[in-house]
Design a protein around this ligand. Structure first.
Ligand SMILES: *[C@@H]1O[C@H](CO)[C@@H](O)[C@H](O)[C@H]1NC(C)=O
Ligand SMILES: *[C@@H]1O[C@H](CO)[C@@H](O)[C@H](O)[C@H]1NC(C)=O
Ligand SMILES: *[C@@H]1O[C@H](CO)[C@@H](O)[C@H](O)[C@H]1NC(C)=O
Ligand SMILES: *[C@@H]1O[C@H](CO)[C@@H](O)[C@H](O)[C@H]1NC(C)=O
Ligand SMILES: *[C@@H]1O[C@H](CO)[C@@H](O)[C@H](O)[C@H]1NC(C)=O
Ligand SMILES: *[C@@H]1O[C@H](CO)[C@@H](O)[C@H](O)[C@H]1NC(C)=O
Ligand SMILES: *[C@@H]1O[C@H](CO)[C@@H](O)[C@H](O)[C@H]1NC(C)=O
Ligand SMILES: *[C@@H]1O[C@H](CO)[C@@H](O)[C@H](O)[C@H]1NC(C)=O
Ligand SMILES: *[C@@H]1O[C@H](CO)[C@@H](O)[C@H](O)[C@H]1NC(C)=O
Ligand SMILES: *[C@@H]1O[C@H](CO)[C@@H](O)[C@H](O)[C@H]1NC(C)=O
Ligand SMILES: *[C@@H]1O[C@H](CO)[C@@H](O)[C@H](O)[C@H]1NC(C)=O
Ligand SMILES: *[C@@H]1O[C@H](CO)[C@@H](O)[C@H](O)[C@H]1NC(C)=O
Length: 684
């Protein structure tokens, strides 16, 4: 078997051939040791190198999705420390590399640009400052996400500004906005794009959002089944222009078994007219790394979330009479995988009309960790002497300046450890609900009722991201608990009744935001009634053996690189070798829909007779239903705000950070951990 490792293109690429770890190869030390450090000022360096260079084919793709405002990168997580400026440089380098190899490189994004971090969420509308920063990437095609449609002001920002920036490259095949000038619904971007790549591949492209229904009335989402019947779509399929490949992108799960995905509908509609034209799909929305084989000429890549993952796909064997580039670029590995599921008996993942001629197409896919080490490693050989570019540095410093101007770095306290949503058992030491319970007990206090025992019930979906060891800033208040729900209560509820509320809420289909807490963690921050429970999509189980990593590391770097760090371990239709950096698995525990804190309980160990029952305002009617199920007869007249409604789910963690002694001890020099999944005790 041909080794996929080892490239040496004298005179063109710097050497990144792999060496026996015991040998000294000073000439191989070049790539990673001389960098001026960029990223955001406080970000950390990654230590785990990619497993091997990327395979390059005829046409290659870089894919981002569900960036949700994380353009600063993950400042407290070493595996994801690069920022958007580093990515700008990386894209430039990879485009140069594609030129040098005489092949095509297309850069694709599949939506959801805000709701996740302060850079996007501290402005009104969200994204006002982060979108212009995002626009520094010259994407070839992009498409809209559901988070662009909840709030009309954001939708209009995309209509008036974002779509104008990208012009015919912004594809919103089934999303329209009401244009007050013309009193009609118009497409926010374009319905489709027919174009030729620099090397002459003729592509027809669509951008299709899943059948989302939680949008504001400023926009209209046309269901995929309806869209494929529309005249413009049928005209695009029946165009007389030759089509070498369809490029179907969408804020849309790539796994056809996920019921919200409508990519299969579009796929079938294309196949009905073009049974044998390759279709390349890029999707998103479920925040996972995934790769699905649809038929022997169609694969679909989903590239994670939150600037943790950069997707790579390369393919060769495409039939195109106008392609002028190289079929199999030399000096690099080339794609080797036909579009066949490695574990499956058939190629089809879903209920598809499959192609009926043989395929010469070969693919490779890779999920890159979003850090400088990864970027520098893969950019090496792009004929640049140092990684940074002036544009990338400009974007990096723009992010720093913007973060400062928005006060995002303003420090409340130091999170003394990492608490995560699913990486530790619910309510164990490492569980975020453990610290939130403590924080709620300490901060949800009405002075006039401070001595009265209270139960505070929250839904677990009110948390959006893990709380990572290190500075807890204004930015983190958006990252961890961004929603602004107020605290209401019913006074003096008999304890025996009050304790029945939590289990009743967990059992019943009551709360909006708890429809699917796991999914809400992975995406939503908003109530979305269109998402049924079964759409939750977890990372496939880890089957990764940790293997002999050291043999795969180039040059001297190997001596710094002795441990496998915690991170993504993905299984997809091509198997388990998709993750660019080999990681140990981070556990994934389930979390119930709700959790509960108590405070001012009797100190002698007895239970109170009555309590103040406190809950988030938007579930008041659910709580009343739960109480009535327990035999009580409270009404909405019994409900009032326990604290001013300006004190919200976004307020209590900052308040706690400012008052907890262990959070204040190290201010302003907070010790920083390594990120989610790391044992900070062991690594401190
Ligand atoms: C990251 O790496 C650069 C260059 O190798 C080094 O100068 C810098 O100090 C490192 N930063 C941290 C936080 O270790
Ligand atoms: C579009 O951008 C301009 C300037 O960049 C800004 O003033 C305006 O508010 C934006 N429009 C919308 C609808 O957000
Ligand atoms: C609506 O009309 C105003 C004023 O003429 C113009 O500035 C704006 O660009 C128009 N908007 C669209 C979407 O055409
Ligand atoms: C689309 O057209 C097909 C064939 O004419 C028809 O069977 C189907 O019901 C139509 N679907 C929608 C959603 O209009
Ligand atoms: C495939 O689609 C057909 C027609 O829509 C349907 O009758 C059949 O049940 C589907 N099969 C599977 C396995 O989903
Ligand atoms: C493939 O399918 C198309 C449309 O269903 C049909 O017209 C064509 O004859 C088939 N080709 C082969 C080789 O079976
Ligand atoms: C950041 O870049 C955007 C887009 O180029 C620009 O509008 C904005 O003024 C810049 N901000 C800073 C602080 O440089
Ligand atoms: C980025 O470059 C532009 C000009 O290209 C300049 O006006 C701007 O000040 C620079 N921004 C930063 C933050 O360096
Ligand atoms: C940032 O904080 C400073 C000092 O506390 C304050 O003057 C300024 O108004 C704040 N800016 C924003 C955008 O909140
Ligand atoms: C325990 O404390 C509560 C209130 O603090 C009091 O009402 C109760 O009588 C005490 N019970 C015992 C057994 O001391
Ligand atoms: C505390 O509760 C009382 C009684 O419900 C209410 O009048 C008061 O406004 C609350 N205090 C605060 C700070 O919300
Ligand atoms: C973390 O590491 C410390 C020190 O090695 C160890 O005592 C502790 O059990 C570890 N915690 C977990 C959750 O593995």
């Amino acid at each position: 078997m041909k080794s996929p490792f080892g490239i040496a293109l004298a005179g063109l690429f710097s050497t990144t051939a792999y060496a026996c770890e015991s040998c000294e190869h000073p000439e191989r030390d070049v790539v990673l040791t001389r960098n001026v450090r960029r990223m955001q000022p406080d970000a950390q360096n990654a230590s785990s190198l990619p497993r091997a260079p990327l395979s390059w084919g005829q046409v290659n793709f870089l894919h981002t999705t569900d960036t949700h405002g994380w353009l600063e990168g993950h400042i407290k997580e070493k595996n994801y420390g690069a920022d958007w400026g580093d990515f700008v440089t990386f894209v430039r380098d990879m485009r140069r590399k594609a030129d040098a190899l005489d092949v095509d490189l297309l850069v694709v994004d599949t939506g959801d640009l805000h709701d996740g971090a302060g850079l996007s969420d501290a402005t009104s509308p969200n994204g006002e400052l982060s979108n212009p920063i995002f626009e520094n990437i010259n994407y070839d095609v992009l498409t809209i996400g559901n988070h662009e449609l909840y709030v009309s002001a954001i939708t209009y920002e995309h209509f008036y500004n974002f779509s104008r920036h990208y012009g015919d490259r912004y594809l919103t095949s089934n999303v329209q906005v009401y244009n007050p000038n013309t009193s009609t619904y118009e497409y926010i971007g374009k319905t489709h794009r027919y174009f030729s790549t620099p090397k002459g591949i003729r592509i027809m492209s669509f951008g299709v959002l899943y059948d989302f229904t939680g949008n504001s009335n400023a926009s209209k989402v046309i269901p995929a089944a309806e869209m494929v019947n529309q005249t413009w779509f049928q005209d695009a399929l029946h165009t007389h222009e030759p089509i070498d490949m369809f490029l179907l992108i969408g804020h849309n799960p790539v796994r056809p078994s996920v019921s919200t995905s409508t990519l299969d509908t579009v796929f079938n509609a294309i196949r009905a007219v073009h049974p044998n034209v390759p279709i390349q799909i890029f999707g998103g929305h479920t925040h996972i790394r995934d790769f699905a084989v649809y038929d022997d000429k169609t694969t679909a890549l989903e590239s994670g979330r939150y600037c943790e993952t950069l997707g790579w796909l390369s393919m060769s064997g495409l039939n195109s009479s106008t392609y002028t580039g190289c079929a199999n670029p030399a000096g690099v590995t080339n794609p080797t995988m036909p579009a066949i599921k490695v574990n499956g008996s058939s190629t089809a993942t879903g209920n598809f009309t499959t192609s009926n001629t043989t395929s010469n197409l070969l693919y490779s896919r890779r999920y890159l960790d979003w850090n400088r080490l990864t970027f520098e490693y893969h950019a090496a050989g792009s004929q640049v002497s140092t990684f940074d570019s002036s544009k990338g540095l400009n974007v990096t410093s723009n992010i720093t300046t913007t973060r400062n101007e928005l006060n995002l770095t303003s420090l409340y306290g130091c999170a003394p450890q990492t608490w995560c949503i699913t990486c530790a058992p619910f309510l164990s030491n490492g569980s975020i609900y453990t610290i939130l319970t403590k924080a709620l007990s300490a901060t949800i206090v009405n002075d006039t009722r401070a001595d009265i025992s209270r139960l505070i019930v929250l839904n677990t979906g009110s948390v959006r991201f893990d709380l990572v060891k290190g500075p807890f800033t204004y930015d983190d208040s958006f990252i961890v608990s961004p929603f602004t729900d107020g605290f209401q209560y019913i006074p003096d509820v008999p304890y025996d009744l009050a304790v029945q509320v939590l289990p009743a809420l967990d059992a019943g289909p009551y709360e909006k935001r708890s429809v699917s807490p796991a999914l809400s963690r992975r995406d939503f921050g908003f109530y979305n009634p269109s998402i049924p429970e079964q759409d939750d999509c977890f990372d496939p189980p880890s089957t990764h053996a940790q293997g002999s990593l050291s043999k795969r590391s180039p040059g001297r770097i190997v001596r710094r690189e002795t441990t496998v760090t915690p991170g993504y371990t993905t299984t997809d239709d091509f198997g388990t070798d998709g993750d660019d950096t080999i990681h140990s698995a981070i556990p994934d525990y389930t979390v119930p829909d709700n959790f509960q804190a108590n405070a001012s309980f009797p100190t002698n160990g007895t239970l109170p007779d009555t309590v103040d029952l406190i809950f988030l305002d938007y579930i008041a009617t659910d709580v009343l239903t739960a109480l009535s199920g327990a035999g009580a007869s409270y009404t909405i007249d019994d409900v009032s705000y326990y604290l001013p409604n300006s004190f919200t789910t976004n307020s209590y963690l900052p308040a706690y950070a400012k008052q907890a002694a262990d959070w204040q001890a190290d201010v302003p020099n907070c010790p920083v951990g390594l990120g989610v999944g790391y044992n900070d005790t062991a690594t401190a």
